[in-house]
Design a protein around this ligand. Structure first.
Ligand SMILES: NC(=O)CC[C@H](N)C(=O)O
Length: 197
């Protein structure tokens, strides 16, 4: 059976576990290296990327995470998780580091104070019909490397055209929170990615 872990030192872990279980995969929390070692794939949830970084370092999970991602473990980052997977951050906290692996530059809290949180229907590559995307103090992707595929952009409004979902080989990231609500199609994309690799 496919085993997918959810990074659980901080963030909205439960909703991801529920989505994975609805999709019929074995889902469990990851707080230590032994749990990471059991993962066929990993989700890094939304939350607060600065805290995630500090806790991952303190609990000696940061280097094992970097190692597994480097070795090609399929990994899906949502919101703060997208920041954690990015190779480069803008508006990061002083000294903030990431797991990295995804050849992108993300801007933290990119949508600004006025539109901290918003929802929009958008088209996502690989998913039929639009996805209802919930953004909460979200990052966007400002620059992508040559191996990165854009899966979704903001369709309209002030932030129209901003990149909010990407994929690079076994790595996937969304600015928004696909675990909110009961539409499991984005998680389904990731589960397929894990099963293929
Ligand atoms: N909902 C979220 O994950 C917010 C991300 C948060 N603003 C950060 O910088 O990590």
């Amino acid at each position: 059976m496919t085993s997918i872990g959810v990074f659980a030192l901080q963030g909205d872990v439960r909703e991801h576990l529920a989505a994975l279980e609805r999709l019929g995969v074995e889902a469990f929390t990851v707080r230590r290296p032994a749990e990471l070692a059991r993962c066929d794939g990993l989700i890094v949830p939304g939350g607060e990327s600065t805290t995630m970084y500090k806790l991952a370092r303190t609990f000696e999970l940061l280097e094992p995470l970097r190692q597994r991602v480097k070795e090609g473990m399929p990994t899906f980052g949502t919101c703060a998780g997208m920041i954690m997977l990015a190779d480069r951050i803008r508006d990061g906290a002083p000294g903030q580091e990431t797991i990295g692996g995804l050849d992108v530059t993300v801007r933290r809290n990119a949508f600004g104070r006025q539109v901290d949180s918003f929802e929009v229907d958008l088209d996502l590559e690989g998913v039929d019909r639009s996805v209802h995307a919930v953004f909460i103090r979200a990052p966007w992707v400002e620059e992508i490397g040559p191996g990165v595929e854009v899966l979704a952009e903001v369709p309209s409004g002030e932030a129209a055209g901003r990149i909010v979902a990407v994929r690079q080989g076994p790595l996937m990231a969304t600015s928004f929170h696909p675990e909110v609500g009961d539409d499991d199609r984005v998680h389904g994309l990731f589960v397929d990615l894990v099963k293929q690799s």
